[in-house]
Design a protein around this ligand. Sequence first.
Ligand code: PMP
Length: 356
Amino acid sequence: MLKLRKCLDQVREYQSPAPEPTLDLRLDLNESTTGCSPRVLARIRALDAKTLALYPPREPGEEMIAGFLGIKPSEALLTNGADEAIDLLCRAFLEPEDEIIVVVPAFNMYEIFAQGTGATTVRVPAGPDFSFPADGIIAAIRPRTRIIVITNPHNPSGHVVQKTDIYRVLKAAPDAAVLLDEAYFDFYGETMMGEVGKIPNLFVARTFSKAYGLAGMRLGVLAGPEEHIAVIRRLTSPFNVNVFALECLAEALADQEFIAGYVEQVRSTRAWVQRELEKLGFQYWPSHANFILVNFGEMRAAILSAMTAQGIALRNRPDIPGCVRITIGTQPEMERVLTVLKQVVANTPVAQQVTR
Ligand code: PMP
């Protein structure tokens, strides 16, 4: 009889929202609804058959991204999305008897990849209003703590972590790799990338799936101390990053004007959405990313089904009472969301609205 590894019994499935042809506005995965830079598209269109026929070398891309991030190529590993960066870090540092600390609520993949190693996930609840629980994390550090994850800005709240807190955690856990997940960095602007290689236990992950509008390309980067990146590099499959991602990297990085324009649009539309939510009396958490977490209270189920009926997908967060995470799309897209929201509010008896 086949015997799967025991720890795999525990591995939860990533609850990715199903692709639904009736949903034409996906605001549930924090993708860009604007798409990528036209320069990236032009590069893809210009690719020839010979380029596609060859295995794509990663090294030139790693030199390029290292230059862009201001780190050494030996400190940068290009990955198949930030997901692979998280997986590799877990595989590199976690023995079955080890522990990983995550802040909950969290992006699910930390725990899923950790479970694949057999390690134990220690969940530290976020503070009031999703504030970063630096003290709680420090109190949870034990001799077998090997990874601590800090998501900045945090998904799903959009809350940010102050650098002083990041330094405190780094200092308190010299035997643990601290993974700073900066997937939503571009919408915030603060980074610890400048400390990579200087702080021995700091790793920073970035992705091209959000501000760069390239989630389908699957491109991320893991930055960290070169001696550890060298070992992690040996764990990757040699061609983990596909030819499209590698061929487009230069154009994606070069078109910072496109990124700045998109980030600016997200910020102003997000501010508008926040004002509209305030007018409707819904609680939300001010976000520094391309999404916003909203508490619809008792009205959550009605709102989600009305949105689905209108072709709009939002992300339910059953782990947070009443809450739904909404990706910020373009202004017209968000006006469409608000129209549906106002209809639901208008159709809900006032008595049922008081808990919102
Ligand atoms: N980290 C966080 C916090 C995320 O929200 C996501 C994607 N939703 C990822 C990592 C993974 O991104 P990628 O598409 O690069 O795998």
